[in-house]
Write a protein that binds this ligand. Structure first.
Ligand SMILES: *Cc1c(COP(=O)(O)O)cnc(C)c1O
Length: 200
């Protein structure tokens, strides 16, 4: 069993004042899924320079530079081409983002992610990229899965991360975080459970 997990507060759709409030209780890690939404919020909170920003949304290639400049962690790198672009731009910007590779362990037309075979095949390439700090895998279960099926999927993600010698698994949201912890998550990503309904 893991010794503990970190909490990512997913603040998409929430007012900056809610982020500030939570930070007063000691929460420092916040997740956003859109660059355009994150920029004004970060600006409004720039006095809180200890906050760490995590990008959790689908990353479009034209947003890579902005995300590399503004975020410390990226949870949603879903292809080798995107990873190569992040590496190139990170070198130009002299950044080394912490990266989770998003994996798709079940068929799911609504979600992106590396298939396991593709990830294993691309692995030597991925390891050779510069200005990337690869820390783990991220996964999102298809909505149709029940809790016990989700737990199985989380355990598979943990095994794959262990096989690749990656420490972190970013998995589990408001409705399945307990199964994710049982499955070996080191980061759980909670939005509505922490903040209530999204407002923006
Ligand atoms: C929105 C979002 C979350 C948080 O979802 P909740 O169900 O509100 O906890 C977590 N991860 C990702 C990738 C998200 O987009």
């Amino acid at each position: 069993m893991p010794l503990g997990a970190s909490l990512l507060a997913v603040s998409k759709g929430q007012h900056p004042r809610s982020i500030r409030k939570l930070s007063e209780y000691g929460q420092l890690d916040f997740g956003e899924s859109r660059l355009q939404e994150a920029l004004p919020k970060k600006n409004e909170l720039k006095d809180l320079n200890q906050l760490r920003w995590h990008f959790v949304g689908k990353l479009q290639k034209n947003k890579v530079r902005g995300v590399v400049k503004e975020f410390d962690f990226i949870h949603s790198v879903d292809s080798l081409r995107l990873m190569e672009r992040i590496s190139r731009i990170s070198q130009e910007e002299q950044k080394t983002p912490k990266i989770f590779l998003q994996v798709k362990l079940r068929d799911d037309p609504q979600k992106g992610g590396f298939l396991k075979q593709d990830l294993l095949k691309s692995w030597p390439n991925i390891l050779s990229l510069k200005n990337i700090h690869l820390i783990g895998l991220m996964t999102i279960p298809p909505i149709a899965l029940n809790l016990s099926q989700r737990k199985d999927l989380f355990c598979e993600c943990r095994s794959l991360a262990d096989h690749l010698e990656l420490k972190h698994c970013s998995m589990g949201m408001s409705n399945d975080w307990e199964e994710a912890l049982e499955g070996g998550a080191t980061w759980i990503r909670l939005g509505s459970l922490l903040f209530g309904q999204r407002k923006l």
